[in-house]
Write a protein that binds this ligand. Structure first.
Ligand SMILES: *Cc1c(COP(=O)(O)O)cnc(C)c1O
Length: 321
């Protein structure tokens, strides 16, 4: 028996929960991007979201919808970074205790930020341990509710509110590009696109080294891969979710990949031309358009910039290279 799939109604309910709490992030345009692509490109800037990424939306929505009893027992989650910060911040805002299971090699800035928001961090080895098993053990010990990073109806619905805002602001689009790890942002965005911009082609973008989503879409079932190594540390998941995959399969036109070199080029473009700081994972969707992985001449194209949390030393090295 599987849980009910998220719907656009869930996205609408999430937008009500998030009203006045999450930032309604700006939509930017760039004449350089338009010139390079021949398209009209609209950038939805979730790097300006609270805690620096769209993950605040799903995390807050999921915790806000818990019962008082569940809230009292706290929440637990596993994350390579931004979901951890999102849960820590959302839990603090809602007066809920949060335990975060994080890889031992997570970027220092992300770990520090999570602890700064009041989250209690427990570490594991991302190449040898099963983070979901560690989470389940803590959950059994404390009675806390597990809020996974993507495979959860309220998380997916919350993530979908960014695309909902984009369509409300700029109107229908010919195409929407969204990065994916586990596919929560992509699934939620696709639900928003279906409702608000019928006919809009939704593309997922993932790192070339970790194209499990692309393989899954082609094969028609969830394909699992070994933990990939990519600069896009927010997208190095090993498989799509039981809830995200069916939504993606039904609504996403294609999943394409970009290389780490293309991510670095895109990061430089954002810094130099648009004057914004975007983390490598946040560059995925834009890289697919700017580097002509999918040609979009004459089209109105939306791109979700998913986050802007960089480790400054690593960011400086990549920009200088
Ligand atoms: C989590 C994350 C992603 C991937 O999101 P999924 O919902 O797992 O597909 C992409 N970009 C950033 C910045 C993230 O934090």
């Amino acid at each position: 028996m599987s849980a009910a799939l998220p719907t656009y109604e869930d996205v609408v309910r999430a937008s009500e929960v998030l009203a006045g709490v999450a930032h309604r992030t700006p939509v930017l345009t760039s004449s350089t991007a338009d010139a390079r692509t021949g398209a009209r490109v609209f950038f939805k800037c979730e790097n300006f979201q609270r805690m620096g990424a769209f993950k605040f939306r799903g995390g807050y929505n999921a915790i806000a919808r818990l019962t008082p009893g569940q809230r009292a027992a706290g929440v637990v989650t596993f994350s390579s970074g931004n979901h951890a910060q999102a849960i820590a911040l959302a839990a603090r805002l809602l007066g809920v205790r949060a335990t975060i299971i994080m890889p031992h090699d997570a970027p220092a800035a992300k770990r520090a930020a999570t602890e700064g928001y009041g989250g209690q961090v427990v570490t594991y080895d991302r190449y040898t341990d099963d983070r979901e098993a560690v989470a389940r053990r803590i959950q059994a010990e404390t009675g806390a509710t597990l809020i996974p990073p993507y495979d959860h109806r309220d998380v997916i619905a919350g993530q979908g509110t960014a695309a909902k805002e984009l369509f409300e602001e700029v109107g229908p689009l010919d195409a929407l590009f969204v990065c994916l790890g586990g596919g929560g942002l992509l699934a939620g965005s696709a639900l928003a696109a279906e409702a608000l911009s019928p006919g809009c082609q939704v593309y997922g973008v993932e790192p070339e080294a970790g194209n499990d989503g692309q393989q899954s879409l082609r094969k028609g079932e969830i394909v699992r891969i070994a933990t990939p190594k990519s600069l896009a540390d927010g997208a190095v998941t090993t498989h799509l979710g039981e809830l995200t995959f069916p939504v993606i399969q039904r609504l996403v036109s294609d999943i394409v990949t970009v290389t780490d070199a293309q991510l670095v080029d895109t990061m430089k473009f954002f810094a130099e031309r648009m004057k914004i700081v975007v983390e490598p994972t946040g560059c995925l969707s834009t890289a697919a358009v700017l580097q002509h992985v999918v040609a979009m001449p004459g089209k109105r194209v939306g791109v979700i910039i998913s986050g802007g949390n960089v480790d400054l030393a690593a960011y400086a090295r990549l920009l200088a290279a």
